[in-house]
Design a protein around this ligand. Structure first.
Ligand SMILES: NC(=O)c1ccc[n+]([C@@H]2O[C@H](COP(=O)([O-])OP(=O)(O)OC[C@H]3O[C@@H](n4cnc5c(N)ncnc54)[C@H](OP(=O)(O)O)[C@@H]3O)[C@@H](O)[C@H]2O)c1
Length: 335
């Protein structure tokens, strides 16, 4: 079997750690392995039982790879990925930088793998929040065309990286020691997150929408190849460590029964659909190292004809990031 030399930029981070584990567990044919971090502090990672020191990336070092995974920052992806892709290395980028760039495929393999082409070496993976909706509603959208989608998100702290997860833990420890949730200095979040939640993920635009809400709308439109669908989102950070949840309301263009929608959900790739009302996914049970998206509580909404509701849970670090990137690489390997 052909082997691929693999670089991981951001190997010491949260998504990087998951990515390494998935390359191993899914037996991706890795030849040489090159891990990178910021170089600001020494870091080592273990891959296939061997310890590797991480180094700061350079174009020359990255060029040794056939596939480079970017799981670091927008700036790092912007600096290296276009030049690396032009030099012939496949670049799979999990940052937000290229997701909406024309000519850069934004890919969830179960939904739009056909966008992957040998001529397009730079590929973006989507924001972790919309992945659940993009997968769960893909077949319903194809068959009945969703015209309007409303989402309320319940986003885990790991979606904001390793430091954010550490903050929740620190706040909880302080609470149990001193009886009050502290206000951390230079924290990742705009408010304390322990025993709390807040409707802010990213900064706000002049219309009052958050960065995350705008990303979900724009990226979902690109992935589904549908500019007309109307999408409205309230993104909320919750004190869950891992696993994003979504409450979705969607209107379909053609009248259809709940039974017809269930049929689509049952055959949707990468989705497990819970049919009984008392059976539903939760982030603790279905958002921890899970390779598929989960949905339940399908029902007719009472607000409009042809409107339905669905509850969706997915692992933000797996399907929302690392797993999606590895699945992209698995497709690339076959091109
Ligand atoms: N967390 C999620 O659920 C999620 C989902 C989808 C996409 N993403 C995206 O995935 C990327 C990584 O997120 P994360 O949650 O894993 O963040 P993280 O835990 O903060 O890790 C960031 C990684 O990037 C490295 N890094 C930072 N600056 C760098 C530089 N100048 N050069 C090279 N490496 C650098 C860090 O190295 P040091 O350890 O040396 O600082 C670390 O390895 C981000 O682009 C994020 O938007 C995350």
């Amino acid at each position: 079997m052909k082997k691929f030399n693999v670089a991981v930029v951001g190997a010491s981070g949260m998504v990087g750690g998951e990515l390494l584990g998935l390359l191993e567990s899914r037996r991706f044919p890795v030849g040489e392995f090159y891990p990178f971090n910021s170089g600001r502090k020494p870091a080592a990672v273990v891959f296939r039982g061997k310890k590797y020191a991480c180094a700061a990336p350079s174009l020359e070092a990255l060029k040794k790879a056939d596939i480079a995974f970017f799981v670091s920052t927008d700036e790092v992806a912007a600096e290296f990925a276009p030049r690396l892709a032009a030099a012939g290395t496949w670049c799979v980028d999990d940052s937000a930088f290229f997701r909406l760039a024309p000519g850069v495929p934004l890919v969830i393999p179960e939904v739009n793998a056909a966008e992957l082409k040998p001529s397009k070496k730079l590929i973006a993976g989507p924001n972790c929040t919309l992945t659940g909706a993009a997968v769960a509603l893909a077949e319903i959208h194809r068959r009945f065309r969703i015209t309007e989608l409303r989402l309320a998100t319940y986003q885990a702290v790991s979606g904001a990286g390793k430091a954010a997860m550490g903050e929740l833990e620190e706040e909880l420890k302080t609470y149990f020691k001193k009886g009050a949730v502290p206000k951390l200095k230079n924290g990742k979040f705009p408010r304390p997150i322990a025993f709390n939640l807040f409707p802010q993920v990213g900064g706000f635009d002049e219309d009052g929408n958050s960065g995350e809400e705008n990303k979900v709308e724009a990226e979902l439109k690109k992935i589904w190849g549908d500019k007309k669908i109307r999408i409205s989102v309230t993104a909320v950070r919750v004190p869950v460590l891992r696993g994003h949840s979504l409450a979705a309301w969607f209107k379909v263009a053609r009248p259809c029964s709940e039974g017809a929608l269930k049929k689509e959900l049952r055959r949707t790739a990468g989705l497990k659909f819970f049919e009984k009302p008392g059976d539903y996914p939760t982030p603790l049970e279905h958002g921890q190292r899970t390779e598929i998206v989960y949905a339940g509580r399908l029902r007719r909404a009472r607000t409009a004809a042809n409107e339905f509701q669905l509850w969706i849970v997915s692992d933000n670090l797996y399907k929302g990031a690392a797993l999606n990137s590895v699945q992209i690489a698995e497709k690339i390997a076959k091109l």
